[in-house]
Design a protein around this ligand. Sequence first.
Ligand code: FES
Ligand code: MG
Length: 598
Amino acid sequence: MTEHKTPKLRSRAWFDNPDNIDMTSLYLERYLNFGISLEELRSGKPIIGIAQTGSDLSPCNRHHLVLAERIREGVREAGGIVLEFPVHPIQETGKRPTAGLDRNLTYLGLVEALYGYPIDGVVLTTGCDKTTPALLMAAATVNIPAIALSVGPMLNGWHKGERTGSGTIVWKGRQMMAAGELDADGFIKLVASSAPSTGYCNTMGTATTMNSLAEALGMMLPGSAAIPAPYRDRQECAYHTGKRIVDMVREDLKPSDILTLDAFHNAIVVNSAIGGSTNAPIHLAAIARHMGVDLPLEDWQRLGHKVPLLVNLQPAGEYLGEDYYRAGGVPAVVSQLIEQGLIRENAMTVNGRTMGDNCRGVAIEDERVIRPFAQPLVEEAGFLVLKGNLFDAAIMKTSVISQEFRSRYLSNPADLDAFEGPCVVFDGPEDYHHRIDDPATGITPETLLFMRGAGPIGYPGAAEVVNMRPPAYLITEGVSALPCIGDGRQSGTSGSPSILNASPEAAAMGGLALLETGDRVRIDLKAGTVNVLVSDEELATRRAALEAKGGYPYPASQTPWQEIQRALVGQMNTGAILEGAEKYQRIAQTKGLPRDNH
Ligand code: FES
Ligand code: MG
C-alpha cells in the first residue's frame, strides 16, 4: 500500500479550531450527545457521512437502514467516524405528482447537508430511480470524497413458472386486462408477484440502469451495482464501501477525479449495451452539468447508437436482476466493450484503480443473460436523437422496437427508415385514459399517439406517461403498439418504442403545443427528424393564437416547491436541473468553508 498523507480535514474546522475555542466547544458538546466520545471527535479521524435514502416512504431503498450497520463497521474498521443522516425521500411509484419533481429538491438538500456540516467524505446510498442521480449531482457540486452504494435489486419475481419483472408486468397486465384475459384481482396479484423482496425494480428500469451507470462512471465499487438486495454479498459490499470511503478521504480522491468526460462517455456506451432507461440521458446530463463536464445530448447517438444490446434483461429481453448479477454484472459487460476498444480504460474509479484495470478480462458467467459482443440481442441498440418543428430534441430507444412494429411501419424492417401518419393528441394522462378506448377518438392502426403537458414544467417533474397502449379494440385485433411521441418521460421498464423527453415541452411553448389532432406527422429515423406536415405560416398563426390566450394551459402549482421548481427548472435535453445551480461548482474547494453559525 502506498502511504498517503492525510490532508487537512474540513471537519477539523468544527471540532479542532484553536483560534475559535468557544465555537469548537459548541460544536463538540452537541455531537457528543449520541454517545460518541470527546476523545474520538478530537482524534482527527475522518468524519464519514452516510446519506441515508432508506425509509418507510422509500421501500425500494429501505434495506439501506440495514446496510448502514455494515457501512458503519467498515468505516470504524478503517479508522473513521460515522454521522448518518436522512435525505429527502424519493420513491418512484409512491410520490405524486411525480418523483421527478423531487430529484432537484433532494439534490438541494444534500448539497446543504454535505457543505454545511462537518463531513469529510460521504457514502451515497443509491437505489430507486431518482435517488441515484440526485445524490451523485450533490456529490459533484460539493466535491468531497464520495462513494455510492447501491441497495441492489429485488429478487426475481415469478408467476406460474415465468419471471415477472417490475413495471414490465404492469404494461403487459394492462394489455391483458384490455383484451379481457385478466380481471382486476388477477391483475393486482400478477403485479405483486414481481416484487418478492426488499430492493429496487428487478428489470432494466431506471433503477438498475442508474446504478449500473454509477458503477460505469467509477463511483461504485466494481461488481457491486447488480448484487441483489437480500444477498449476503450485498452486506459484504456495504462493509467494503465503508472501509473504502475512509481511504478515499485520506487519498483525497474526489468526484472531480472520477466524473471526467471519459467516465461519462463510458457510461453512454454501457447504457446501450445494458439496454438502459430513457431516463439516463436526463440524469447523466444533470450530473455532468453539476460536475462542469460538457455532455451534449448528441453524444448519446454519436457514441451510443451503434453499440449492441448485450444484456438480456426485461423489458428488452427475458431475464431479471438476480440473473444479471450471476452472469457477471457491469464488469462482464464492460470487459466485452473493452475488447472492442469502446471503453476509455484510463478512467479512474473509487477503488483507486482504473476502469480498465477493474474490468479487463472479466468473464461472462452465463451467456444467456450477458451475450458476448459477437452475439448481441440487438445490433445498434442505443438512442437516436431526433429534432424537427415539434421540438429541438427528443430521444428514441431503438432496442425495444419489436418485429411487429418494424414490419408494420418500416418499408424495410431491418432498417430504421421513415413513416408518417395522422396524429391524435392527448393533453395529459387523464385525457388519454378518458378517451383512449372511445371509438370516437378515431384511432386506427396508422395513428401516431401524442402526449403533451407532461414535461418538467407542465406536469411538474415530468410524468412517465408517454408509453400509451393502443385502444382495446385494436389490441384485440393484434395491434400491440402504436408510435408514441411526447414531452413527458417513459418508465425504463416499458418496452414501448416511443419518442420522448421532447424539449422544449408544450408548457414552455415548444412546437408540440401547436399540434392539432388530425395533423399528419412524418418521422424520419434516418434523417433524425420529426415534423408536422403543416406550413410555417400556419404554425405561426397557431402560436400567436395560443399566446394570446396566455400560452399552453397547465394546472396551477399545488405546493411551494412545485412553484419554485417550475420557475427554475430547465428542459430534459439539458438535464432538467435548476438553472443557475450549475454555477456553484466544486464548492468545497472554490467557496471555502461556510461561516460559523454563532
Ligand atoms: Fe423504486 Fe422502481 S420504483 S426502484
Ligand atoms: Mg418510473
